[in-house]
Design a protein around this ligand. Structure first.
Ligand SMILES: Cc1cc2nc3c(=O)[nH]c(=O)nc-3n(C[C@H](O)[C@H](O)[C@H](O)COP(=O)(O)OP(=O)(O)OC[C@H]3O[C@@H](n4cnc5c(N)ncnc54)[C@H](O)[C@@H]3O)c2cc1C
Length: 383
């Protein structure tokens, strides 16, 4: 018996499955199946978040004291599997998964009381202001200047690649408060309102034609010191804490659901009838099952060390994702009917392929993750 097969786990899976069968509206399910990006349109993600919030399930990872369901890791994994299997929309991660854990850890009582309930309900929509022109992988070289003036910081500079800044009413960002010492030691973590005077959001369109991210300009923007998370010049520590959550640890459930949708397309086009094609589907399924085994070993406290696991899962998860996107594209080439009638995975194969290339870059590029893994392996070998 595995930890997913205990009577409690099976009963929980049944409860989640029944909830999804009765509460997930068809229009949201269809929108999720036709999504071309991991970042769902807020009209879809927020509608689903409202339903989940009413049930107390909007934030599976949050502890009960802050309004989470108080689930353990096994329940969270089962919930992720069932949600993906039912084609539920994904929720925007910037608030629920990224800034919320650091507010819980570093926030003052006032910040926690004000901000966490609004993240849970979806009233506040967050964006992440880290990257700048010239500061991506080498994030510590960021330059957006914040100068203390009375009870405010005054910000000048710009952030780039800011996903959904055009929807967000809040931003968490890293700013430069000192140029003394190491670059990492002069960075501060700020929370701010996007309607503050002096902020301009300029769209950037992707190769897939989407408007998902932006460049955000700051021109003498006054942010109250009360919006600081952690101490001045201690923002790097807060940011490192957050990055662990950004990379996450549950890729296999969504990949398995994507493969199931691709398989429907392979059956509809007759693509599946060739042995060599079936072998490609089987290879993808084996890759996902292997990844799932690593994720479950992590839940049980086994497998590679905690320090390297998020990086390893990010590389494996995103690379299998690219493999699936290529598969979908190859199968879609054989569809001869109208676009509207195409199986969902085929209808969105091309924009999804283009959009998903970005998964190798955001949340720390895969080259950087490989570098982190290599360093841990070298350290372990030397120990
Ligand atoms: C779709 C998308 C959404 C994003 N959303 C946000 C957001 O909401 N907020 C935000 O702040 N940022 C966001 N980003 C930015 C993202 O974090 C950066 O693009 C990423 O950190 C890489 O930085 P860069 O683009 O400046 O590339 P660079 O750092 O210039 O890297 C260019 C290439 O060189 C490689 N490289 C760089 N350094 C090394 C090294 N030391 N060793 C080996 N290879 C290296 C990289 O892997 C990459 O292939 C988003 C990016 C994308 C694509």
């Amino acid at each position: 018996m595995t930890m997913l097969d205990t009577p409690e786990a099976l009963a929980f899976r049944q409860e989640v499955r029944e909830f999804l069968a009765t509460s997930l509206p068809d229009d949201l399910r269809r929108a999720a199946r036709r999504a071309t990006s991991v970042f769902q349109d807020p009209s879809v993600s927020l509608a689903w978040q409202k339903v989940l919030h009413a049930r107390g399930w909007a934030a599976p990872d949050w502890p009960a004291e802050h309004g989470g369901p108080g689930w353990d890791d096994v329940q969270r994994y089962i919930y992720a599997e069932e949600s993906a299997r039912a084609n539920a929309p994904t929720l925007a991660p910037m608030g629920l998964k990224m800034v919320a854990p650091v507010i819980m850890h570093y926030g003052t009582p006032a910040q926690k009381a004000e901000l966490l309930p609004r993240i849970l309900s979806g009233e506040d929509y967050w964006c992440q202001g880290y990257s700048e022109p010239g500061a991506g992988s080498d994030l510590a070289s960021l330059k957006l200047r914040a100068v203390r003036n009375g009870d405010d910081y005054v910000l000048n500079g710009s952030k780039i690649w800011t996903t959904h800044a055009h929807f967000a009413n809040k931003m968490f960002c890293l700013v430069r408060t000192s140029t003394d010492g190491r670059p990492q030691s002069g960075i501060t973590f700020l929370l701010l309102d996007m309607d503050t005077p002096g902020i301009t959001v300029t769209p950037i369109h992707t190769l897939a034609g989407d408007h998902e991210f932006n460049q955000v300009f700051f021109d003498d923007v006054r942010v109250p010191v009360a919006g600081r998370l952690g101490d001045e010049n201690a923002g790097w520590t807060v940011a490192k804490h957050l990055l662990t959550f950004e990379r996450g640890g549950r890729y296999a459930p969504a990949l398995a659901a994507h493969l199931a949708a691709i398989r429907e397309g392979a059956e509809a086009t007759g693509w599946i009838e060739q042995d060599s094609n079936r072998e490609r589907l089987a290879a993808a399924a084996i890759g996902i099952e292997s990844l799932r085994a690593i994720e479950l070993a992590g839940l049980a406290g086994r497998g590679p060390g905690a320090a390297v696991r998020p990086s390893m899962l990010k590389v494996l998860g995103t690379e299998i994702g690219q493999q699936l996107d290529t598969l979908a594209l190859d199968i879609a080439a054989g569809w001869e009917g109208a676009f509207e009638d195409a199986p969902d995975a085929l209808a969105v194969a091309m924009p999804r392929y283009l959009n998903n290339r970005a998964s190798m870059i955001y949340a720390g590029s895969n080259e950087i993750q490989r570098d982190l893994i290599a360093r841990v392996v070298v350290d372990q070998a030397a120990a």
